[in-house]
Design a protein around this ligand. Structure first.
Ligand SMILES: [Zn+2]
Length: 176
């Protein structure tokens, strides 16, 4: 084996689930960038859990992904790889949406769940990938979540409704 390949392999083994890029369902590699006090950094991503379905990582508290400050104080996105693997098979549009949702939290920790969803919607729309079919799929995936914590509005139906009204008000004031 090539020395460089060996080195790459040993790096992968040392940190098997950590990276700086996210692969969207259309195969495009994207990353989340945050800026603080004039300094920009790409947000580190950590993938947790690699067992069977049901092996949810306790650090995520049942969420598919969360943002937490890393040791250096900069945000890190933690993903549940078991949940994402299943999601990519059934609702690939949702994994993209969650990436942009978490990135919105990372870029501004003050954003609540509705605002993070709102940003994800606006970002995907700006990228031109929100086709009517995609929007229908996103709406129905949200509505399948019958019960959610109150910070999400209590149910997926209300969560999506509030997301749409946030998008509408952002457009009304001409932000995008
Ligand atoms: Zn969130």
């Amino acid at each position: 084996m090539h020395r460089a390949a060996l080195l790459a392999l040993s790096c992968m083994l040392a940190a098997p689930f950590s990276g700086l890029a996210f692969e969207r369902s259309d195969g495009t590699t994207v990353h989340c960038e945050v800026t603080r006090d004039g300094e920009s950094r790409v947000v580190r991503e950590v993938w947790l859990g690699h067992g069977d379905v049901g092996d949810r990582h306790p650090a995520l508290g049942g969420a598919a992904a969360v943002v937490r400050p890393g040791a250096d104080g900069w945000p890190v996105i933690f993903f549940d790889s078991v949940v994402f693997r299943a999601m990519l098979a059934s609702d690939p549009h949702m994994s993209d949406f969650i990436f942009y949702h978490e990135c919105a939290h990372a870029q501004d920790p003050k954003r609540d769940e509705i605002e993070a969803n709102c940003e994800a919607y606006l970002e995907l729309d700006k990228l031109g990938v929100l086709t009517p079919e995609r929007l229908d799929a996103l709406a129905s995936t949200h509505k399948k979540m019958l019960r959610l914590p109150s910070r999400y509005g209590g149910s997926g139906e209300i969560f999506w409704e509030r997301t749409l009204s946030c998008v509408k008000s952002r457009r009304d004031i001409g932000l995008r």
